[in-house]
Design a protein around this ligand. Sequence first.
Ligand code: GCW
Length: 685
Amino acid sequence: MKKTALSIIAILISFGLFAEDGHNLWLRNKNTGNVTVVFSDNSATTAIAVEELKQGWQGKDGATITLKIKKDKTIKNDGFKFSSTGIQANTPIGILYGAYELLRRQQTSESVEEKVFNPSYEVRTLNHWDNLDGTIERGYAGHSIFWDKERNLSTSTELEKLLWKEYARANASIGINGTVLNNVNASTDMLTAGILKKVKEIAEVLRPYGIKTYLSVKFSSPVLTGSLKTSDPLDPMVIKWWNDKVKEIYKLVPDFGGFLVKASSEGQPGPQDFGRTHADGANMLADALHPFGGIVMWRAFVYSPNDKDRAKQAYNEFMPLDGKFKDNVIIQVKNGPIDFQPREPFSPLFGAMKKTSVMPEVQITQEYLGQSIHLVFLATLWEEMFKSDTYQQGAGSTVAKCTDGSIYPQKFTAIAGVSNIGLDTNWCGHEFAQSNWYAFGRQAWDNQLTSKQIAEEWIKLTFGNSNSVQTTDWKNNFLTPVMQMMLDSREAAVNYMMPLGFHHIFSADEHYGPGPWWAPKGIRADWTPPYYHQAAADGVGFNRTRTGSDAVEQYHEPLASRFNDPKTCPENVLLWFHHLAWDYKMKSGRTLWDEICSHYASGLQQVTEFQKIWDKAEIYVDAERFGRVQSKLRTQRCDAQIWNDACLLYFQQFSKKPIPYELDRPVHDLNFLIHNDMKRFKKGN
Ligand code: GCW
């Protein structure tokens, strides 16, 4: 999917044949009227706004619209304002965002009234886990759009630049303003002169769209890339090395955003290798970037094999350092305490670090949610995180408010999403995976938007046009059912994969199919499902209460006590916090075992319904996209069956209870599933 993909794309572009292959994402608005655009600044960014308005105008024919750059106290950063005459902003990028918002409203038939639009987070970044050889860690949509072993050191081609431009445009249209170009497991070659030259070329294409470039760096770069004897952050030579490197980068990329660092985590080098703290390491880099306005996004994803509960470790390591970080350091915290699972409670670090800037990291690529095969709309997962109440400053201290500057006066506010973008013609592998890229941008811009609103916008932009979206037929028979499918899809995945607080019960490192049994000899326990589900004759679930690992204590009251008691713990995270007997009585009156069975069955049933919804939608969708989604839904249904059968038959060995007789029976034998890796069932990835 590398060179061939690029040349196929080239041929298609030259024939203008991007019909309905999904490449146009949510940007299909076509001009239906004339508009005169009045503007006074001559920036490249405003020129793009003018062009977009002319090409996509669907408002009043013959209208005149003014783009005005004028400081206004009500407009924050790159926000904007709709006024009676047009769009006003502090900066050209604000104007561009205003243009996209206006066009979106025209196409979706939403009202355009005088209003100020300000972003929730100042820095809204995609994190690409792209390697320099072109592969993407946890990427399921082809190779990297930035890197390729053979092309890295040569001058970028027009074709590459065209793709980056399309990528930049898509991001700008939803307010994304930063991108980390490489994997957090960073290559040591990243900071070499040849690669930095390529970074400069990429940055030049992204700049007019208001997108800053960031890089992931390896902490041991002074030794591995330079030729120093140590990478100790307090060593003067090391400090000088980083200072010089940062200067070199800013010479090439004057608006460079800064560094993202995964340190002392999963085998990556870090300050702890030299007896230093995360703060020592982060601050050293922050000092180097400070003169240029750059920031350090320092990840809190740390855990060691020896600790009894992986879920507690980030908090344990970072809380003692609260207040010790420079103000251009932001601690980047995954939404849950373990790792992007179908459902986790929010990370207890949100709101708890009161003197340090903290930013959420979510995962757009569906590593643990069916990858590019399953239809899973993630806005609901992220909405759940934003709305979670931490209680850190009293009721209403939601994760959104604790991270967007509403409660704590952070110098910078930011959010990151791990990208699901690759060289696949439709960018994301699954047509509906595009909605997750879209949703991330929209929520990063406005963390109060509802999933429903986002789904509705996306469906209208992706499958509708300004005429169809206004008809009752289209709304009732396409928009409403497809939107409901999207809104239910995450809970469906939770049901058929890991209901009631189950987590990390995947087979092997692939993180796709079920493997509650998976525990090869010699592998560290916290990488195996039995560590997480703890199934035994006496019950199932991880005891994180005060009698167990006491992870509940990391949450502010009343949450700690609420989570600690199985009667008050929300049932959707029950087995995350509790180890309970198989016949424990649930709120429904059913036993825990019966409840587990019924969740798996309902997940399977939900996917069956999605297939029906989609088949009924056929007349409203072009044949290509319809067919691709239909085929993936079939695989998803098979996979849901496998999840159901694998988990129920495996856990039944411990529960020793029958699957409730009113439920459908498994169709696979457990032995068959254990001996046939899920890969064999997986097609089309
Ligand atoms: O989710 C895990 C992934 C790793 C990833 C790591 C991280 C980039 O399985 O592939 O590494 O998290 O977030 O650093």
